[in-house]
Design a protein around this ligand. Structure first.
Ligand code: ATP
Length: 229
């Protein structure tokens, strides 16, 4: 089966300095639909840069990026933005929730911004299904200030899921949480693979990484290892 994502020879060079610096050096990686993958590596090894390229926030200088067999490595920004909103979900270390809105309203914002107009009842059903999926439907009417960090991060995951992405990219989503709360957030992230969504997690936490189907290591921009766990 063709992989959903096929990166081949991805190279990113940082210019504008005296010496151009290679941040990603010929990274090749396949990710299948419904697969979970952790990217680990030291600080500065290029993890976030790779995630930015995967999420179409940045473009490689060399190499190709195929999505479902189509080369998207050099898409103009307008088309990249469209694809980002239809195919990708993002979760970051910070939750970026709007404080004056409830959990349900925060999740609904992603629908208002991304999918045009949806009848109210349909919108509500999608929002509740997403909150349910991450185990916090009972907090739908709560504002972020009344929630723990782990609950807020799960609202952020529900907000990413409500558009039914094919790929969920998570950059240190447990970085601001204690171990126990972080494990709950990893559970919520893992659950997306059951519906065929691929999960790509950047983490410093070896235990969280080991819970993914596959772990890849970046070292100074080179993908050094792929270990089945
Ligand atoms: N816009 C930029 N300007 C200068 N240096 C940059 C820029 N973007 C990335 N870098 C450098 O590229 C290297 C890789 O950065 P990147 O953020 O991808 O690493 P990382 O593995 O995600 O690190 P961390 O774990 O600390 O988040 C680092 O040395 C970083 O300082």
């Amino acid at each position: 089966m063709t992989a959903l994502i096929q990166l081949s020879g991805i190279t990113k060079i940082l210019k504008g300095q005296e010496q151009p610096r290679t941040i990603l050096d010929g990274v090749s990686l396949d990710v299948h639909a419904g697969e979970s993958l952790a990217i680990v590596g030291r600080s500065g090894s290029g993890k976030s840069t790779l995630l930015s390229i995967l999420g179409l926030f940045d473009r490689p200088d060399q190499g190709s990026y195929l999505l479902d067999g189509t080369d998207i490595s050099r898409l103009p920004e307008r088309r990249a933005a469209k694809l980002r909103s239809s195919h990708y979900g993002f979760v970051f270390q910070r939750f970026f929730l709007l404080k004056h809105l409830t959990a349900a309203q925060n999740v609904a914002m992603a629908l208002v911004n991304g999918q045009g107009w949806l009848p109210r009842r349909q919108r509500r059903a999608k929002v509740m299904a997403a909150l349910e999926e991450v185990g916090i439907a009972h907090l739908a009417k709560n504002r972020p200030s009344r929630m723990s960090g782990g609950e807020q991060q799960r609202v952020a995951i529900a907000r990413a899921l409500v558009r039914e992405p094919k790929i969920l990219l998570a950059d240190e989503p447990t970085g601001a949480l204690d171990t126990e709360t972080g494990a709950l957030v990893i559970d919520a992230l893992q659950s997306v693979t059951a519906r065929g969504c691929s999960l790509i997690l950047v983490t410093h936490d070896r235990d969280h990484a080991a819970r993914m189907g596959r772990v890849v290591h970046l070292e100074a921009g080179v993908l050094t290892e792929q270990v089945a766990v």
